[in-house]
Write a protein that binds this ligand. Structure first.
Ligand SMILES: Nc1ncnc2c1ncn2[C@@H]1O[C@H](COP(=O)(O)OP(=O)(O)OP(=O)(O)O)[C@@H](O)[C@H]1O
Ligand SMILES: [Mg+2]
Length: 251
């Protein structure tokens, strides 16, 4: 049975897409069959990390949601050097007309939810990672309903703290089985262990990691998956530990 992991944050730019891509790579390195789906239809981006330009996205989630194209047909194998497992990416379209359509019309979340299950079955996925649009709009709430694990990212920033509390409560109300937190972009003057401890106590949820603000990650600038570019880096070891947690939790 596939383990569905939703990666979310209340505010934008916290590092969701990079975290999702790196966890995918670490799971594939362990031999897992991983699906990654970009539900950030309003501002898609994770395809870039896997080496696809917008023009390479000739088949997308949009085709499935609005034109009924089978979801397995719009998945791209982006495994590259991340094997022996596989990574199948369902990207969202970068065509301006497609993006304005989602803003105008939204999409039927039930179609998405059925699509996720079909994708997992047809590609025999062990884990399905959902990269989300920040904030809590209706579509995101519905995709939370299918998650076995919700990973909420936050920066050590007061605006992130308040929004995270709201998301944790909503996940609880929706009955999401597991919610865990990841603090990202911790500046060097803060003690990561202490930050993790405070966040865990504040929200009464496990903190999988408090990741440093990394100049190497900034330098990579989403031109690739960090763990594949820097296999020996301490940050890569932290991504591996998170993949291990997810695997232990059922992934
Ligand atoms: N630990 C880190 N240290 C330094 N830079 C980071 C770190 N994590 C992510 N970044 C950078 O932050 C920026 C935003 O990352 P990313 O696109 O993954 O965030 P996001 O939460 O998916 O954004 P959005 O809400 O727009 O979808 C990117 O430039 C990325 O390289
Ligand atoms: Mg993103």
């Amino acid at each position: 049975m596939v383990d569905v992991v939703c990666v979310h944050s209340f505010r934008g730019g916290t590092g969701k897409s990079n975290l999702t891509a790196n966890i995918a790579a670490q799971l594939a390195r362990r031999g897992h069959r991983v699906g990654v789906i970009d539900t950030d239809i309003q501002s898609p981006g994770i395809h870039v990390l896997f080496g696809l330009a917008g023009d390479d996205v000739t088949a997308s989630l949009n085709d499935h949601l609005w034109r009924g194209r089978p979801i397995s047909e719009v998945a791209h194998d982006v495994t590259g050097d991340a094997g022996p497992g596989r990574i199948h990416l369902v990207p969202a379209s970068t065509q301006p007309g497609e993006i304005s359509r989602v803003l105008r019309e939204g999409y039927d979340a039930q179609v998405l939810i059925r699509g996720l299950r079909t994708l997992a079955d047809e590609l025999a996925l062990d884990t399905l990672l959902i990269d989300t649009h920040p904030g809590l709009q209706e579509e995101t709430l519905l995709s939370l309903v299918v998650a076995d694990t919700l990973l909420i990212l936050l920066r050590p920033d007061r605006q992130d703290y308040e929004g995270t509390g709201i998301t944790v409560r909503i996940a609880q109300d929706l009955g999401v089985p597991r919610t865990a937190l990841v603090v990202n972009k911790v500046p060097p003057h803060l003690d990561s262990a202490r930050v993790a401890d405070e966040v865990a106590r504040t929200y009464d949820r496990p903190v999988l990691a408090a990741l440093p603000h990394s100049t190497e990650m900034m330098a990579l600038a989403s031109a690739g998956v960090f763990a594949l570019h820097h296999p020996e880096h301490p940050l890569t070891a932290q991504f591996a530990a998170m993949a291990g947690y997810l695997r232990g939790a059922g992934a």
